[in-house]
Design a protein around this ligand. Structure first.
Ligand SMILES: [Zn+2]
Length: 66
């Protein structure tokens, strides 16, 4: 369960991020992590609307750090 960093309310998780083309956003880091680290999901606070993003699956990241 994620709590809002702003108002400490319980957030709604695992919201799919869509662009205008209905394709999710992915993240990659230059240098050490080449290529995509995976899809981003979001959680939103129903009280204040604060929205945060996070990697949908951290397994690839965990492997790369080891
Ligand atoms: Zn909030």
């Amino acid at each position: 369960m994620r709590k809002c960093l702003r108002c400490n309310s319980e957030m709604i998780e695992n919201i799919e991020i869509r662009t205008n083309e209905a394709i999710g956003i992915s993240v990659g880091e230059k240098g050490i992590f080449k290529g995509s680290l995976g899809k981003l999901n979001a959680s939103v606070c129903p009280e204040c609307g604060y929205t945060e993003t996070y990697l949908a699956n951290t397994k690839k990241l965990e492997k790369l750090i080891k």
